[in-house]
Design a protein around this ligand. Sequence first.
Ligand SMILES: Cc1cc2nc3c(=O)[nH]c(=O)nc-3n(C[C@H](O)[C@H](O)[C@H](O)COP(=O)(O)OP(=O)(O)OC[C@H]3O[C@@H](n4cnc5c(N)ncnc54)[C@H](O)[C@@H]3O)c2cc1C
Length: 392
Amino acid sequence: MSKRIVILGGGYGGLICARTVRTHLSSQQAAITIVNRHPEHQIVTELHRLAAGNVSQHAVSLPLDRLLKRKNIDVKIGDVSSIDIQGGKVRMDSGDSCEYDVLVLALGSETNYFGIPGLKENSFSLKSVADANRIHAHLEQQILQFKMMGDSSDATFVVGGGGLSGVELIGEFADELPGICRRHGVSFEVVGLYLIEAMPTILPMFPPHLVQRAISSLEARGVKFLLGCPVTGMRDKAVTLKDGSAIKTGTFVWTGGVKGNPLVAGCGIEVERGRAKVNPYLQSVSHPSVFLAGDCAVVKDYNGRPYPPSAQLALQMGRRVGENVAAAVQGKRMKTFHPQLGGTLASLGRKDGIGTIGKRGITLKGTTASVMKKASNVRYLSSINGLFSLLP
Ligand SMILES: Cc1cc2nc3c(=O)[nH]c(=O)nc-3n(C[C@H](O)[C@H](O)[C@H](O)COP(=O)(O)OP(=O)(O)OC[C@H]3O[C@@H](n4cnc5c(N)ncnc54)[C@H](O)[C@@H]3O)c2cc1C
């Protein structure tokens, strides 16, 4: 009898998993359903470019039904509201529900506000196309507001978090704001650009000389770094810092942390700090009919240290989960998961970047890194038949 495979989340992990399962199992062997909040697969790693207006929405938002065309995969759009692990049933906000024999959780992560007062209410997040569009519209509006009122807080843009997303976003702001200012007859000289980070440095995944390269490049374009400065609150258009100082701003984008998806944390499977614990086959350690891909699970290296969540890891997990779900359905041996992480690339605006690639950690900077970053996106799009998104 055909098995019912339900995949929650149509991001990196979920989409690749769905495609992989279908390459191994025919429609007679498995009915596959993918459930996602949006009708599109969103290219989260490019959202900073959308937020700054440096890329169009259709380049980062690809219709799931087009990506899964002719795969005979049922696409359900809406919010999952509960997961009944004992009953093998998923419910959605719409009232719709689906039953499963095998469940794949690929619901990603959520912004972590760490309980900092006023932060959630008064900051922007950058986790979806809607978030990015909101930030972009706000940038223009703030420059216009500054032009009318002359209040410098309207021309002050602050990003909290010195990880990949925060640094890439401030790089885009530094490149795009001069043009926005010019269009509205405002001098870029008045614009304040800040990146705040609680740790003493940014981008901990890169060697110190590349971090310094990133800082110098961004400083040359007007970014001020406040490092070792934990944010303590956001109120009255002001970000407050642990040292007692405050920055007046009408724009604070918080990228300072992520946490596991609460649906995964609360559904009854075993979790560690809100992320699912998995065995070497990427099954839940407590519920073997549940497989996990991407940010919502924790995968550890040989030293027991969790791998940082990344698109690269989510993709590899999605692929292995797809293979293992198919193997489980066919009664074959499953394979253990060993990520092959090929390095990291960070863009620092339109034409600059840093990166490490390969097992030996070859370092890249400048245009080469920037081009490599764009090429890795094109390679990904090609792997999901999504190159149409690059057409004008
Ligand atoms: C701005 C930014 C830049 C980044 N840059 C990089 C980078 O350069 N390199 C890198 O490796 N990583 C980067 N990352 C991290 C990377 O994007 C994530 O690690 C990756 O998206 C995780 O993939 P995933 O499949 O677990 O989750 P996602 O890709 O987030 O997919 C989860 C899916 O689940 C859906 N979903 C969630 N909750 C529900 C619900 N209740 N009901 C229905 N659907 C739901 C979401 O809509 C989404 O489609 C970046 C992240 C951000 C935010």
